[in-house]
Design a protein around this ligand. Structure first.
Ligand SMILES: Nc1ncnc2c1ncn2[C@@H]1O[C@H](COP(=O)(O)OP(=O)(O)OP(=O)(O)O)[C@@H](O)[C@H]1O
Length: 320
């Protein structure tokens, strides 16, 4: 089990915040401390509560640095992948959501509820609501509260720049942070899973196998552009596609249980980590400049050029 919140991660949002997509996920066998790492406890907050705090703090810090404050909007969503079905944890009636790709090749989940939040407390409240009432958790021989699904908690920060002409410029930046808590790989011999738990375990292992294959292929393909990567083999890898070899910054935390009994699982997790380390993503800035903003920019440039021309004229004509 790892002690929660590695130091690098607590400041991660600051690194991501310049209009980028970032993902943090915990990977490891069942009962090795993934949920604990992501959520922490009352006395030791995990990555999710610390990231929420950082996101708001960063907005305050940026606002203080600017002469005119930008406009910020923060939205959160929370989904789980349970038995290969995507469920909206903010609205459990949305329980078989589809994955789509837009013309910009962005991957998104259709009809997922997004809530606008104004305070860290509001984010935590939404999280607790989704977590407590709706997420699939069950008891196995290895963990009293074993996660039976993968979850993705997403915060999207939208920032519109201020224009000196008393209005907002129209240009905006989008930063997105995905906090992923995976279900753990498990051996039936250790977990004693039967019936519904066995079925869940089968789906969990299958999607983690797909994740392992994607990571393996990406590390084999490091430095080349040609290899086919089977992102579509599971919902998990398809949703995480931008974070795995795509344009996001990604941080993977691997958790192990150091007991001798689990040496094989530990070895397998360490192999996964070693391969994942070789993958190079290509982070890109998500900035959108609207037509209006462009028009305003061009008008400004034309005015500046006109006044330069006037200055030159004034300089030439008095001599005549
Ligand atoms: N660093 C830690 N300090 C104290 N307790 C911990 C720590 N890491 C894990 N635990 C405890 O160990 C148990 C299992 O941890 P956790 O539920 O986080 O595992 P997991 O990897 O998410 O398991 P699963 O894949 O089955 O959901 C929990 O009771 C948790 O509180």
């Amino acid at each position: 089990m790892v002690s929660p919140v590695p130091r690098e991660v607590t400041t991660l949002f600051e690194l991501l915040s310049n209009s980028r997509t970032g993902t943090i996920f915990a990977y490891g066998q069942t009962s090795s401390g993934k949920t604990y790492t992501m959520q922490g406890s009352h006395t030791q907050p995990g990555i999710i509560p610390l990231a929420i705090r950082d996101v708001f703090q960063h907005i305050v810090d940026v606002s203080h640095q600017l002469a005119k404050p930008n406009l910020f909007l923060l939205r959160v969503s929370y989904l789980e992948i349970y038995n290969e079905q995507i469920k909206d944890l903010f609205n459990p009636k949305n329980d078989n959501l589809k994955i789509h790709e837009n013309p910009n090749r962005d991957i998104y989940v259709g009809d997922l509820t997004e809530n606008i939040v104004c305070t860290p407390e509001a984010v935590s409240e939404w999280m607790l609501k989704g977590e407590g009432a709706n997420r699939h958790v069950g008891e196995t021989n290895m963990n009293e509260r074993s996660s039976r699904s993968h979850t993705i908690f997403r915060m999207v920060r939208w920032e519109q720049q201020f224009d000196s002409r008393t209005s907002f410029s129209g240009a905006y930046k989008v930063s997105c942070l995905n906090l992923v808590d995976l279900a753990g790989s498990e051996r039936v011999g250790h977990t004693g899973a039967e019936g519904i738990r066995l079925k869940e375990g089968g789906h969990i292992n299958k999607s983690l196998l797909a994740l392992g294959t994607v990571i393996g292929k990406l590390s084999d393909a490091a430095g080349t552009d040609r290899m086919h990567i089977p992102y579509r083999d599971s919902k998990l890898t398809r949703i995480l596609q931008p974070s795995l070899g795509g344009n996001a910054r990604t941080c993977i935390i691997c958790t192990v249980n150091p007991t001798a009994l689990y040496v094989e699982e530990t070895l397998s997790t360490l192999k996964f980590a070693t391969r994942a380390k070789t993958i190079r993503n290509r982070p890109e800035v998500n900035e959108d400049v609207s037509e209006q903003a462009l028009l305003r920019k061009y008008r400004k440039e034309i005015n500046a050029l006109k006044s330069q021309l006037d200055e030159v004229r004034n300089f030439v004509f008095p001599l005549e």
